[in-house]
Design a protein around this ligand. Structure first.
Ligand SMILES: Cc1cc2nc3c(=O)[nH]c(=O)nc-3n(C[C@H](O)[C@H](O)[C@H](O)COP(=O)(O)OP(=O)(O)OC[C@H]3O[C@@H](n4cnc5c(N)ncnc54)[C@H](O)[C@@H]3O)c2cc1C
Length: 367
């Protein structure tokens, strides 16, 4: 629609790692991207229309049906079906990627410096090479700074193709040292490349990539990666990573991939996960899909939440339902009231999910 216009608009943020996701899902989970100074998605939403359990629609914003606005944003679809969203956009901006290798002990200082220099986006992809000194210590720190509107945009940027990704996935399971080295050298070779602020957030996701991996690795049971997100106060990052490093080595956790990003405080949504301006650690763990493997994964994910809680942190409700009741109560003390409010808007429980039924059962004694 905007082709040929000199000033174009684009999204501020989306999820990284996958693209076939909806705006309804972004609202349901109150998602975030890799903005250096962004709040979760609620900060990008001007208003939305929701269809309630009785079939009527409501427009929700900060000045209209505000209670519903803050409940449904990050409310996992339990209040109704969002049918229309009005987003706050930003002018599409040309960006330059700058890449350096950092020590994660120094990362918060490096983030502060990039923000002070006017960079808009960034994250740090850390080493997953468990036996080495670089494990969770070294990372590829890529940040994006705005360029003038008339900056040239070369047509042929270097990009990792599908085959490269497949090989990297294999290395990240079979040779973690080479995986990190390959990743780091590729990223360093793209330092100085130019991108658009919206499309640089797109990424390749290879459907069912693990089936091929299982074959190449001669795996005895089906495997997948599972993602999780932990948040801690920014000054606690290095100590949190130290604790995770020791835990992963002790419990032989197979970390496949991970990044560190920043998030600003969400002081609006009811089930807010960004209760503070946190530093966010995203981790993909390998999971074997047999009884022992699934049990181990649940334990590993629970211990990660405990590590975050030890540093007064939090976790993302989105990815799995393995948090214990104690952990949910510590991180989301408003959960029971959220479930009560859901039933006030939807007394017949028209809108349900396995997510809903799980928490309803967990807190049945209080509901
Ligand atoms: C590979 C991968 C990478 C990811 N990276 C990130 C990331 O970088 N940042 C991040 O924040 N998250 C990330 N996620 C999580 C993902 O963003 C969320 O799970 C997101 O909600 C998925 O969107 P979806 O459209 O698939 O929604 P679904 O998974 O279909 O739904 C998610 C929730 O939203 C609700 N919902 C869906 N549509 C509507 C609607 N129209 N109205 C009301 N509620 C609705 C559903 O009931 C459900 O509770 C990632 C997930 C994957 C698989």
């Amino acid at each position: 629609m905007q082709q040929g216009q000199s000033r174009q608009w684009g999204i501020i943020q989306k999820q990284t790692g996958a693209d076939r996701l909806t705006l309804g899902g972004a609202i349901g989970s109150n998602i975030h991207g890799r903005g250096l100074t962004s709040k979760p998605f609620i900060g990008d939403v001007e208003d939305f229309t929701i269809m309630l359990a009785d079939g009527t629609t409501r427009r929700c914003s900060r000045s209209q049906n505000h209670d519903l606005f803050r409940l449904a944003l990050g409310g996992y679809g339990l209040l109704g079906v969002v049918t229309r969203v009005r987003l706050r956009l930003m002018p599409r901006t040309k960006l330059e990627r700058l890449v350096q290798i950092v020590d994660t002990d120094q990362l918060m200082g490096a983030f502060d410096q990039r923000i002070a220099e006017g960079f808009l986006y960034g994250d740090c992809q850390f080493s997953t090479d468990t036996p080495s000194d670089s494990f969770l210590k070294k990372g590829v720190f890529s940040c994006y700074r705005p360029l003038p509107a008339d900056a040239a945009m070369p047509a042929d940027a270097k990009e990792l193709g599908e085959e490269h990704w497949r090989d990297l996935y294999l290395l990240s399971h079979a040779d973690t040292r080479r995986a990190y080295e390959t990743y780091a050298s590729y990223y360093l070779s793209t330092s100085g490349q130019r991108y658009w602020s919206d499309t640089h957030q797109l990424s390749v996701y290879l459907d069912n990539y693990h089936e091929e991996l299982d074959r190449r690795l001669h795996a005895k049971v089906k495997g997948t990666e599972m993602i999780t997100e932990l948040y801690v106060p920014r000054p606690a990052l290095a100590s949190f990573l130290d604790a995770v490093r020791a835990d992963f080595r002790q419990h032989k956790v197979q970390l496949i991939y991970g990044t560190i990003r920043l998030i600003e405080k969400d002081d609006e949504s009811y089930l807010a996960w960004a209760r503070e301006p946190w530093v966010c650690t995203v981790m993909n763990l390998h999971v074997d899909h047999d009884a022992d493997g699934l049990r181990k994964a649940a334990d590993d994910f629970r211990r990660l939440i405990d590590r975050a809680i030890e540093f007064s942190g939090n976790y993302f409700l989105t990815y799995h339902r393995w948090a214990s009741r104690r952990q949910v109560e510590a991180c989301y003390p408003q959960m029971v009231e959220f479930l009560r409010l859901k039933r006030r808007y939807d007394p017949d429980e028209v809108f349900q999910s396995d997510w809903y039924r799980h928490y309803k059962q967990m807190f049945a004694d209080q509901l």
